[in-house]
Ligand binder design. Structure first.
Ligand code: CA
Length: 395
């Protein structure tokens, strides 16, 4: 039997330059992530990712100091058994956040190895593909650094939304929550006018509002026919989520700041969301993804994952999306009525575009799910080295 002989972590950072922007929460002038490379005694290598929301150093430290040493000598083709053990042995201090992000990266890398060992894609190991490609929506329409200059801000928004649409996506997600509600409604109207009635539009507030403020701007989304309202209130405000879901017709989405089957049991079970958005690189990898899919399916709600990372994160999301059941089943799946989508960030990010050798190409508004072994992509180790600011080795 092969065993795990080595774990490498790579903290990646790249400056955003002219592509810097604000969300409702903060200014992004660099993109960062944590990649994990696990090596098996037979030479097989698997890649995983975590730590792409906040600073990547804390999950890297969890792996270096706590989780990595426990992996040495283990069977790399037992990702679920390893997740169950490592989560259980860190739950007293690690139920959410850095530890689970670290576990997610490890889990993804182990499934990648497992797939390569048996010559099958991860989605085959998870039970088989329900779809071969998935509709992509483009994330962008943040705020430029000079967002207080209103004519320039609006001109840049119009230019950006056209650029995103031109990349081939059939749906666009815009950001709100940094400006007064009346100004963001003006931005929402501009995006609708620019894209026309045939393009789906979603809105993400990154938890900028109280429930009452969110209801006010949510009414405008209903009028404009937007397809979802993402993270309207802080993730801790479960009552606020429920209030919004009862008050508004626009579907309520959230979950990128939630972790593991336990967190999603509560978010879904308490009736907070119409569309749940776990991130494979944060929620607990493929192992917890599968558990969250079961919870969502049992509650008849849609799963549309949050994706915000390098090409490894995109590849993992595509594998994960292959197995999402229609919610509910119909003979003809309809995007965002019962059929899932992939979030495809359209902001400047070399980590997304350079790290894997295969390019993610949008065709007919869809990305194709790779069918090669493991994650189905090859990581460009030269590109990883180029963007690495800290490399550590265990074993
Ligand atoms: Ca979001």
């Amino acid at each position: 039997m092969a065993e795990i002989t080595r774990i490498d972590t790579y903290v990646l950072k790249v400056k955003s330059g002219a592509g810097s922007f604000y969300s409702s929460q903060e200014y992004f002038d660099e993109r960062s992530s944590l990649l994990v490379r696990i090596t098996s005694s037979d030479g097989t290598v698997g890649w995983g990712e975590g730590g792409q929301y906040g600073p990547p150093e804390p999950p890297a430290a969890c792996i270096r100091d706590v989780l990595g040493p426990k992996l040495l000598g283990r069977d790399p083709t037992a990702p679920t058994a390893i997740f169950e053990e490592l989560y259980s042995r860190t739950r007293d201090f690690g139920q959410k956040g850095a530890y689970v992000e670290a576990l997610s990266a490890i889990d993804i890398a182990l499934w990648d190895i497992f797939g390569k060992e048996v010559g099958r894609p991860v989605h085959a190991l998870l039970g088989g593909a329900i779809r071969t490609r998935v509709r992509a929506y483009g994330t962008g329409c943040y705020y430029p650094p000079d967002y207080q200059d209103r004519p320039t801000m609006l001109a840049k928004l119009e230019e950006e939304v056209k650029r995103i649409r031109a990349t081939g996506v059939g749906a666009v997600k815009m950001k709100i929550g940094l400006l007064p509600i009346k100004d963001d409604i003006e931005r929402m109207r501009l995006v609708r006018t620019t894209l026309g009635e045939d393009v789906d539009i979603m809105v993400d507030a990154n938890h900028a509002y109280t429930a009452s403020a969110a209801i006010r701007i949510g009414r405008a989304m209903e009028e404009l026919g937007f397809l979802w309202f993402e993270e309207p209130v802080v993730p801790e405000d479960r009552a606020g989520y429920r209030r919004l879901r009862a008050a508004l017709d626009v579907p309520i989405a959230g979950g990128e700041a939630e972790f593991t089957r336990y967190g999603f049991r509560d978010l879904i079970g308490e009736g907070c969301v119409d569309i749940v958005q776990p991130d494979i690189c944060a929620c607990g990898g493929f192992t917890e993804w599968r558990n969250i899919l079961a919870l969502a399916s049992a509650h008849n709600i849609m799963v549309v994952p949050h994706v915000w990372g390098s090409g490894v994160a995109v590849a993992a999301a595509l594998q994960a999306l292959a197995i999402v059941p229609r919610a509910p089943y119909t003979a003809n799946p309809v995007p965002l009525q019962n059929e899932t989508m992939i979030e495809f960030d359209r902001t400047y990010n070399p980590l997304r575009d350079d790290l894997v050798k295969q390019k993610f190409v949008i065709e007919d508004e869809c990305l194709t799910i790779p069918t090669g072994p493991g994650l189905g992509v090859d990581v460009d180790e030269d590109a990883v080295a180029r963007h690495t600011v800290r490399h550590e080795r265990i074993g």
